[in-house]
Design a protein around this ligand. Structure first.
Ligand code: URA
Length: 435
């Protein structure tokens, strides 16, 4: 086979066979197919698309390109959740312990933030002492001993995707539903969970800007996962405004702690319960999302989920005193409020801009090698639909210095809109996609 023939075939609208796709991925990982050829092929896919069979073959070939985790001996029904990336999304910090506290085994490999989106690993590392770089043995021990773990990729997981994703990032070939679906699902399949819930974010602060795109991505990923023998479902959830109130690492840890105590923002609380209910049903523990939700509410209210969170922090080396008493967590040197210029109902909170400003303050990174400042970020004082009086805070800015706080305030002034008339809060979950 020759790479150029496969590029031409796709360029001309053809369908690649399973053998051709696995040859391409194997050759690319081995360095026999050049970056420029792979980039040309990816562009042909962006323009011509791939059918379900090709997308599944690509996913399986990328999943098989490196280590594949097998948790069958210790956690045959391990569960995992994946979010396509958003602003203020700290659900994993709540959902992991919540699910483990009702008997599911949560084996989660997470990522770091890039661009305007946050990453679970950065949030966890904001807790003093917390380790996310676990060996495979430590990863397995945590699942066995406390029923949950959240760590960075311990294994050489889907290296073909790692290589291809880096190439797509710089060749204008990220925006393709089959390529995104195969990229995400190759890592999920290689990580070994048997039941997977996908949180596909929709809106200005997400990859998928429209409900139609998000639905197509969700349906593609659910089909691939099902064909690969896993239980998969997806929620489409709004990213028209940040999730919860806090955006920034320690600020989000505090909010996750409050949510585990039953005092979190209602959208974060509800999304955790909805995602968790899907997983309980997929894993066969509950017959309906309604009974599953009741079970999860009970675990939150009884303190069971909170106790599991403490175990998780201790297991991974975190200083539990700082989560028991979050006032011991480090704080940013400067905190200022941005006041509302007039009274009114909040009708717009630009999630993308909020994410970008938080990253600019130091909560995120623009290059992989950047370090994050755990203390900085933004905390909304109100959400879409809430009424604020003139002069009341719209958002609090946590910054490393006064100049950074002032620059953030200037940008944020146009990120939050006010209306004289009543505005309804946007729906949180827009659709559920099951097999
Ligand atoms: N996230 C991924 O892991 N891959 C993509 O292609 C897009 C988002």
């Amino acid at each position: 086979m020759r790479a150029v023939d496969l590029i031409i075939k796709k360029r001309d609208g053809g369908t690649l066979s399973s053998d051709e796709i696995s040859w391409l991925i194997r050759g690319y990982t081995a360095g026999e197919v050049a970056d420029y050829q792979m980039a040309a092929w990816a562009m042909a896919v962006v323009l011509r698309g791939m059918d379900d069979r090709e997308t599944t073959d690509l996913t399986l070939a990328m999943a098989a390109s490196g280590d594949q985790f097998d948790l069958g001996d210790i956690a045959p029904n391990a569960v995992d959740k994946h979010s396509t990336g958003g602003v203020g999304d700290k659900t994993s910090l709540v959902l992991g312990p919540l699910l483990a506290s009702v008997g599911l085994q949560v084996a989660k490999m997470s990522g770091r933030g890039l661009g305007f989106t946050g990453g679970t690993l950065d949030k966890l590392e904001a807790i003093p002492g917390m380790r996310v770089d676990l060996s495979q043995a430590e990863f397995r021990r945590a699942v066995q001993e406390i029923g949950m773990v959240i760590a960075g990729q311990t294994a050489d997981l889907a290296p073909a995707d790692k290589q291809l994703y880096a190439l797509r990032d710089v060749t204008g070939t990220v925006e393709s539903i089959p390529l995104i679906a195969a990229s995400i699902m190759s890592k999920k399949l290689a990580a070994g969970a048997h039941s997977i819930v996908l949180d596909v974010k929709v809106g200005g602060g997400a990859f998928m800007k429209t409900l139609e795109q998000a639905r197509e991505l969700a349906q593609t990923m659910v089909r691939i996962g099902t064909l690969a023998g896993r239980n998969v479902s997806a929620l489409l959830s709004t990213m028209e405004q940040p999730l919860g109130l806090a955006v920034g690492n320690i600020l989000e840890v505090r909010e996750a702690i409050a949510t585990l105590h039953g005092n979190g923002p209602s959208d974060l609380h509800d999304l955790c319960l909805d995602l968790g209910a899907q997983l309980l049903v997929l894993a066969g523990k509950d017959r309906s999302a309604r009974t599953a939700r009741t079970r999860l509410e009970g675990a939150l209210m009884s303190g069971q989920a909170w106790r599991k969170f403490r175990q998780f922090i201790i297991q991974q080396g975190g200083d539990v005193a700082t989560v028991d008493d979050p006032s011991r967590l480090p704080v940013a040197p400067v905190v200022i409020a941005l006041p509302a210029p007039s009274g009114g109902f909040i009708d717009r909170i630009d999630a993308l801009e909020i994410g970008l400003v938080a990253a600019e303050l130091g909560a995120g990174r623009s290059r992989k090698e950047d370090t994050v400042d755990p203390t900085v970020g933004l905390v909304l004082a109100a959400k879409i639909g809430d009424y604020v009086e003139a002069g009341e805070p719209l958002i609090h800015i946590h910054a490393a210095n006064q100049a950074a706080a002032t620059a953030a305030a200037e940008r944020l002034a146009s990120a939050i809109g006010l209306s004289a008339t009543h505005v309804a809060a946007p729906p949180l979950v827009l659709d559920v996609v099951t097999k």
